[in-house]
Design a protein around this ligand. Structure first.
Ligand code: FAD
Ligand code: NAD
Length: 509
């Protein structure tokens, strides 16, 4: 609802400017860009309308401020006067007005809960709600560190022990199939944070450690019994009387969506050219972080732009496609690769462009609703990608071709404006030669006259020609990602062609 919606960013004059749904961007008036908003917030103008006072807001009072020219919205217990922001909201005034005079937390969470509205709207803060309208549901552990069955039928417990040189924290989840992607551990200064993902819930161990530890940590997972060991190296070989001081969310088991985003600083170790406007950024995780981004999920990058925190999503890729003639390099869990298109008018990507090797950038925990099991159950996989919508397809291709034995065909239909825009064209062509199950088709919307391949944009006829079951009853999965209008049109065409909702996965924020 607030800030910059991630899913569409039409270039001036592009068809993308035609908003296909409430969530697409609407054309903003000149002088109403993100940078203009940031400038206004720094101008000293009274944006809350209360001349710097903060007030306690009752529900009745909030409800009175429900007009465009006087619009208050509550998010997570804080009330903002969003009237000055209306014209700057990339999703448009109407979308913002859906929450006018009410608690917009749920609506906000549905659309983009990751947006740092606190920073974007800090000058619009009116005050707190008199009675906090939402309380995050928390499953608290008992003193012994055991969580009984709560909203889900799970039993979680943790324990810790020490040797002269090590501290080991053991988390027992009793979940089968726990794997490295479901365990996220960070240790910054003396703050240890270990998160275990169980379906749409998350369990957290979060303590301020009793003593300092060394930077590198180890995580061991015993998948069959769902046991996680976090092994820390003591700085000094002294006996610890306790693990540490519990932090606010220690021992809680709550819905993932109720946890705030957590960021760690990653070092940019290389930036290489992919095309004229797209680069591959290699970020190195701190030694004190254990994080694997699952196939089909994205992370958020956070940067301070002109004094304001701005957050955008990016989908990690691999350093290259699964071509066995390449040596595996940093494909090791310690690095995150991002393929990012730099827009000349895009504040966030312009700031990324100026990032130097050796600089740091904040990277969030992964998010996304794609499940590998969707691919494991299919015989034919169709990937429809437009522009950087190719990014989720990279890990998907790797997973499908290297780990899913029942797949008969994997076809990528890749839409771009020109030949120069095609990402990893060589690698894709080589992969098609190497693996007979894989086929790639390039479709250009603005080709030069010597282009011999397919032309146009996504259409029913292109899709009916390309997306075909290899046999009458074969199980298919069709994944689609690109600019919002591309994805929305594609999904509609596929449904019109008779494919069911379960057979289609659209990547969105
Ligand atoms: P923006 O401010 O978004 O501007 C981009 C362009 O759109 C500019 O030309 C600008 O002039 C124009 N524009 C901006 N606002 C408007 C408006 N209201 N009306 C008309 N035109 C406008 N991108 C990648 O490159 N790689 C990825 O791996 C990737 N993964 C993503 C994953 C997800 C889940 C999502 C939702 C998006 C992903 N994106 C990815 C897109 C990315 O998040 C950013 O949107 C993108 O980098 C642009 O950010 P920006 O601030 O630089 O540009
Ligand atoms: P682009 O502007 O270069 O366009 C690439 C192709 O997309 C075009 O050639 C055309 O075939 C198609 N296209 C563009 N606008 C269209 C429209 N209005 N209708 C139908 N087809 C259209 O693309 P880009 O600049 O690389 O943008 C990629 C988009 O993918 C961004 O919007 C980005 O947010 C999105 N993306 C989303 C995710 C995700 O949700 N997980 C991941 C990566 C990228």
């Amino acid at each position: 609802m607030l800030n910059v919606p991630p899913q569409a960013f039409p270039a001036p004059g592009s068809q993308q400017r035609v908003a296909a749904s409430g969530r697409a961007k609407v054309p903003l008036k000149p002088g109403r860009s993100l940078m203009d908003w940031i400038r206004l917030t720094k101008s000293g103008k009274d944006l809350s309308g209360l001349k710097g006072r903060l007030v306690e807001v009752t529900e009745d009072e909030l409800a009175k401020h429900n007009k465009k020219e006087d619009c208050w919205i509550c998010i997570r217990g804080f009330v903002y006067n969003v009237t000055p922001y209306m014209e700057y909201h990339p999703g448009g005034e109407d979308e913002l007005m859906k929450a006018a005079g009410t608690d917009g937390t749920d609506l906000f969470d549905q659309v983009h809960r990751w947006v740092n509205y606190e920073s974007m709207l800090k000058e619009c803060l009116v005050g707190r709600m008199a009675v906090k309208p939402i309380a995050a549901p928390k499953g608290m552990l008992s003193e012994k560190g055991v969580l009984g069955a709560s909203t889900k039928d799970v039993m979680l417990s943790y324990d810790w022990f020490q040797t002269d040189s090590l501290i080991t924290i053991v988390i027992y989840t009793k979940q089968k199939d726990l794997n490295a992607e479901l365990v996220i551990v960070d240790c910054q200064d003396k703050r240890l944070r270990g998160e275990i993902i169980i379906d749409d819930h998350s369990y957290l161990v979060e303590v301020d450690l009793y003593h300092a530890v060394q930077e590198d940590l180890a995580v061991n997972i015993t998948e069959k019994v769902g046991k996680v060991e976090i092994i820390l190296k003591k700085n000094d070989n002294i006996h610890w009387k306790m693990l540490g001081q519990p932090l606010e969310n220690h021992n809680t088991f709550i819905k993932r969506t109720d946890r705030g985003q957590f960021y760690r600083k990653c070092k940019l170790v290389s930036k290489t050219e992919v095309t004229h406007d797209t680069k591959l950024f290699c970020l190195m995780l701190p030694k004190s972080t254990h994080l694997r981004v699952p196939t089909g999920q994205h992370v958020y990058l956070k940067q301070i732009i002109a004094g304001t925190e701005v957050v955008k999503p990016y989908t990690p890729v691999l350093p290259f496609l699964p071509l066995d003639f390449k040596e595996p390099s940093c494909h090791d869990g310690a690095h995150i690769y991002l393929m990012i298109k730099i827009y000349s008018c895009g504040p966030f990507t312009q700031a990324l462009e100026h990032l130097q090797v050796g600089d740091y950038i904040s990277v969030s925990n992964p998010e996304g609703n794609f499940k590998k099991s969707q691919v494991q159950a299919s015989e034919d996989l169709f990937l429809l990608a437009a522009g950087t919508g190719f990014t989720p397809m990279v890990k998907l291709l790797d997973f499908a071709l290297t780990e899913v034995s029942c797949l008969r065909t994997v076809k990528l239909m890749f839409f771009n404006k020109t030949e120069d825009d095609i990402l990893w064209r060589n690698q894709l062509e080589q992969l098609a030669l190497k693996d007979k199950r894989f086929e790639v088709k390039f479709i250009l919307s603005q080709p030069t006259k010597d282009w011999m391949g397919k032309e146009g944009k996504i259409s029913s006829s292109l899709l009916s020609e390309f997306v075909k079951r290899s046999s009458k009853y074969s199980k298919v999965l069709i994944c689609i990602c690109g600019p919002t209008p591309f994805t929305e049109q594609g999904v509609q065409y596929l449904k019109d062609l008779g494919y069911s909702q379960e057979e289609i996965h659209a990547f969105t924020a």
